[in-house]
Design a protein around this ligand. Structure first.
Ligand SMILES: CC(C)(COP(=O)(O)OP(=O)(O)OC[C@H]1O[C@@H](n2cnc3c(N)ncnc32)[C@H](O)[C@@H]1OP(=O)(O)O)[C@@H](O)C(=O)NCCC(=O)NCCS
Length: 188
């Protein structure tokens, strides 16, 4: 599945499934967010080529969903504006559930990319991978992410107090979930 979408600034971008040549851009985006130190419970960037390649090969092997937003004219790896991944859970008895993670490059936030890549990831999780429910977790003070998740129909189903400790402060974790058929009924 591929789609051209128009952003809030008028620019058109492509969204599609990940391919191998996207790997560097995806990990650059991930490492940038790790450096921001306020969105992810991760302390160290990923630099190892082996780890980056293994991530991609695992996605292929497990048939997991990773949707990327591509700038039409920027050069690789900076053309990967954002990514949304829906991974399998580790439990044999939870193959109907996917776990969502998303990152958009700092310069390209608030333009609608997050909305478009989550939208495609939800639909493809059902079409390709037969998922029924998508879960995610988020820091409780990540107002932009929580706004977007709620707008797309995710419901808060739990909260863990002081679940993470980074840079001398605690973060609460909010747990959210979405039933894909509810989403598709609301957004045919
Ligand atoms: C969260 C993230 C993925 C969203 O992607 P995005 O492309 O910026 O999202 P969109 O532009 O589609 O939507 C952002 C929405 O948040 C709103 N928003 C921005 N700042 C906000 C704030 N402080 N409080 C509430 N809403 C806010 C925007 O107005 C927009 O809503 P609208 O479309 O109803 O006007 C992206 O900002 C990001 O990568 N953030 C850093 C990493 C991160 O937080 N990842 C998720 C970890 S759980």
């Amino acid at each position: 599945m591929k789609e051209v979408v128009k952003l809030r600034n008028g620019e058109k971008i492509l969204i599609r499934h990940v391919i191998e040549s996207d790997i560097d851009g995806i990990w650059n985006n991930f490492n940038e967010v790790v450096d921001e130190k306020i969105y992810l419970p991760v302390l160290f960037p990923v630099r190892s080529k082996f780890e980056k390649q293994s991530w991609f090969h695992n996605i292929q092997k497990e048939r997991e969903i990773c949707i990327v937003a591509i700038h039409p004219t920027m050069a690789s790896p900076y053309n990967i504006l954002g990514q949304c991944e829906v991974s399998n859970l580790e439990w044999d008895a939870a193959t109907h559930v996917g776990s969502l993670g998303i990152i958009v490059q700092k310069k390209f936030r608030d333009l609608g990319i997050g909305f478009h890549i989550i939208e495609m990831a939800i639909r493809e999780s059902k079409n390709v991978n037969h998922k029924e429910k998508i879960i995610l977790s988020c820091f409780s003070d990540n107002k932009r992410a929580i706004h977007l998740y709620k707008k797309m129909g995710f419901k808060i189903v739990g909260r863990r107090e002081k679940q993470f400790y980074m840079d001398s402060r605690y973060y609460n974790e909010v747990l959210m979930e979405l039933w894909i058929d509810d989403y598709l009924n609301m957004n045919p």
